[in-house]
Design a protein around this ligand. Structure first.
Ligand code: DX5
Ligand code: ZN
Length: 219
């Protein structure tokens, strides 16, 4: 299976969001990663439903929505309605994670779970068969442009092992500080999807940067 690239629009130019979404449509990007922050679960606020709805009007690729919010359960159908194809909640924000995952799937979306850097892999043992995507945070969530946490490689290997042992079909996504310096090592460890915000959007040529990153991930 090809390794996927999911540029994060958190680093896009919000005043030119149509232009930036069209750039992604015409690039080698596989998914569009969309970061929702509520100022409670994480110490930052990004954007909410009206902005995602506006992105959906232009997006021609899978919309991968990463919720960094408390109480995600109350908004599951709303995120479906504004265009989410994949909805990822944080393990640390869900008291009844199993129920939340079922609710996401009932809406027809792929169900993702994100783990903060300090959260061990083994907390997923009893829900691994219910998850379509596991997002390993390789920075502390809340901001783009942070440095990659090296301990992530170990977690990717542990998670790959859990997935293979259980027979789960879950994909492993890495989110935070991804660049051409760590992409190859991450996929070698077992990653399937690489999120990249600043590395793509702060580049002189984002389209070429996505192409290079995808080639590197699949080399
Ligand atoms: C961080 C977000 C990331 C962020 C990645 O809280 O979840 O998706 O946009 O940005 P970079 O690639 O700049 O670390
Ligand atoms: Zn994210």
């Amino acid at each position: 299976m090809a390794k996927l690239i999911a540029p994060s629009v958190l680093a896009a130019d919000f005043a030119n969001i149509q232009r930036d979404i069209e750039m992604l449509n015409n690039s080698d990007a596989d998914w569009i990663h969309i970061d929702v922050m509520d100022g409670v679960f994480v110490p930052n606020i990004s954007f909410g439903m009206p902005v995602i709805k506006a992105m959906q009007r232009h997006a021609k690729k899978t919309m991968d929505v990463h919720l960094m919010i408390v109480n995600p359960d109350q908004y599951i159908s709303t995120f479906k309605n504004v265009g989410a194809d994949i909805l990822t909640v944080h393990y640390e924000a869900c008291t009844h994670l199993h129920r939340t995952l079922q609710a996401i799937k009932l809406e027809g979306m792929m169900a993702g779970v994100a783990l903060n850097p300090h959260t061990p892999i083994n907390v997923l043992e009893d829900v691994i068969m219910d998850i379509d995507l596991i997002c390993l945070m390789s920075v502390n969530p809340g901001f783009g442009g942070q440095s990659f946490i090296e301990n992530t490689y170990k977690k990717v290997i542990q998670l790959k092992h859990l997935i293979e042992q259980s027979g789960s079909k879950a994909k492993i996504e890495i989110d935070g500080g991804v660049t051409d310096q760590n992409a190859h090592k991450l996929v070698t460890a077992g990653a399937d999807v690489l999120v990249a915000g600043s590395f793509v959007f702060k580049a002189d040529n984002p389209t070429q940067t996505i192409k290079n990153l995808r080639l590197l991930a699949n080399s």
